[in-house]
Design a protein around this ligand. Structure first.
Ligand code: ADP
Length: 468
């Protein structure tokens, strides 16, 4: 059994998109950590600068309590950032001495220390810089009784990187769109021609017709090589098929006369034996006669098939009504078969220009196979008609059906299904049908499931008939 394989194009697209996703995630990760470091650094610089500035404006009221003079707010801002900075003073015990604090701010002195730290207040995160209180004119007083605090919301800081983020997402969207276009183009350039190639090979194999070479005019040399190798194979197979049919024609031609003479002699011998009333002789000659009749039938069938391969033979054409042929063949089949089989029809009168013998051979083979491979109580349905493109004949049965292997080989000369060797036949009927259908430029399809029955459909193009 063939393992189900993935499409090369799908595989390439999946692997490339996984690689791209990994690459983009890596880049985003690097970008995010760079942003994080940069943001912390920026916050630290900004807050320390503000603390430094605030220090310049620290004054003490009459009771010695520190405050930041109003000049601090009205000083010229040299930054055009739009994040809000909270600047306030708090006592070492945690009382807010001056300024406003963000909502939910916990002034517990254990929670803040020196350096840049992260603080949570009211569910929001803040960067904070906290320094011991003093003015610029004072000396560093480690025992200062208050702290200068500067806070900025992380969310506000992130806003500064919004543009960078937008740019990254836009680049990602452009890369993804380019990749989607690349995937479509790749599909067009590789998957579609390979699919077409595959369909045309399948069609050639199904019709046993290797006369038409496959063409590929795309840009890929690998596909060119594949097509060339396939065409070489086609030519070889075609040569073999022609050699085989030439061999069949020669052998059957050589055997035709001796077998006809043997058959005539059999008949004569039987008449003599009957006259002499010799039952043993009659029985022996009957066996001989049956076998020579079979051989004669086979040779005739092979000769008829070889006629279709010759270009210089003129085949007489006439107006044939498919409905009439199907009705009469089915009537005969029903009469001859010793089985209880129910026939049903959906026949439209369709007149085609064809060789009467050819039409009879096609219909007879399909109907007699349907009878042969159905058991007692079976049902056979025959239909014919036409549409804008083709004439069709369809014969279906609910008989034994075929497995996939048999279905693939039934149009080969002398092929017989494994379980059908006990039934009469040479395995030539469907090969002959295929040859005739091809002669008229048509196609034959089979639909079959083991145990459920088979449907054979012949389609002949309305404009594809050969004229005499
Ligand atoms: P033959 O009938 O002489 O064997 P054919 O060329 O007509 O030769 O058919 C080839 C094979 O196709 C048969 O041996 C049989 O296995 C299969 N086959 C054809 N028609 C049917 C059918 N209606 N139902 C099942 N199998 C079929």
């Amino acid at each position: 059994m063939l393992k189900k394989k993935k499409s090369f194009v799908t595989y390439t697209i999946i692997v490339t998109s996984l690689l791209m996703a990994a690459g983009v995630s890596g880049l985003l990760f690097i970008q995010n950590s760079l942003i994080k470091d940069d943001m912390e650094l920026m916050a630290y610089e900004m807050l320390t600068q503000d603390v430094r500035q605030a220090r310049k404006y620290i004054r003490y009221d009459a009771e010695g309590n520190p405050y930041i003079s109003g000049d601090f707010d009205s000083r010229e801002e040299d930054s055009d950032d739009d994040e809000y900075i909270w600047i306030f003073l708090q006592s070492n015990e945690g009382d807010i001495i001056y300024g406003t604090v963000p909502e939910g701010y916990d002034s517990n002195p254990d929670k803040i220390g020196g350096g840049t730290i992260g603080i949570k207040a009211g569910g929001k995160e803040y960067f904070a810089v906290v320094r011991n209180g003093r003015t610029n004119s004072e000396k560093v007083n480690k025992k200062s009784s208050y702290k200068i605090c500067a806070l900025v919301s992380k969310k506000d800081m992130i806003q500064n990187y919004r543009e960078l983020r937008y740019k990254s997402y836009s680049v990602m969207a452009i890369v993804a769109a380019t990749f989607a276009i690349f995937a479509l183009v790749l599909r067009r350039m590789i998957a579609d021609p390979v699919k077409k190639l595959n369909n045309s090979i399948k069609e050639s194999v199904a019709n046993l017709d290797f006369t038409e070479n496959i063409t590929y005019d795309g840009p890929f040399s690998e596909l060119d090589m594949l097509v060339e190798a396939n065409n070489n194979l086609y030519n070889r197979v075609q040569q073999e098929l022609e050699r085989q049919s030439e061999f069949n024609a020669n052998v059957s031609h050589e055997l035709r006369t001796p077998v006809a003479v043997m058959h005539a002699q059999c008949q004569l011998s039987r008449e003599i034996a009957e006259k002499n009333k010799d039952p043993e002789m009659i029985e022996s000659i009957a066996v001989f006669e049956r076998q020579t009749a079979r051989m004669k039938g086979l040779i005739e069938q092979l000769l008829q098939m070889s006629v279709l391969d010759r270009d210089n033979v003129k085949i007489p054409m006439e107006e044939v009504d498919l409905k009439d042929v199907i009705e009469s063949v089915c009537d005969d089949a029903q009469y001859i078969c010793r089985k209880d089989i129910e026939f049903s029809y959906d026949l439209r009168s369709v007149v085609v220009r064809a060789n009467m013998n050819h039409v009879v051979i096609v219909v007879d083979n399909l109907v007699s196979n349907a009878v042969k491979y159905s058991d007692n109580g079976g049902k056979i349905h025959a239909s014919c008609g036409e549409n804008e493109e083709y004439y069709y004949i369809e014969v279906s049965d609910n008989g034994r059906g075929m497995n996939a292997e048999t279905k693939n080989r039934i149009f080969e000369s002398f092929y017989r299904g494994d379980s059908d060797r006990s039934t009469e036949g040479f395995g030539l009927g469907l090969a002959q049908v295929m040859k005739i259908v091809k002669f008229y430029g048509g196609t034959i399809y089979v639909n079959s499931m083991p145990g459920e029955g088979s449907t054979f459909t012949v389609e002949i193009p309305v404009n594809g008939k050969k004229e005499d």
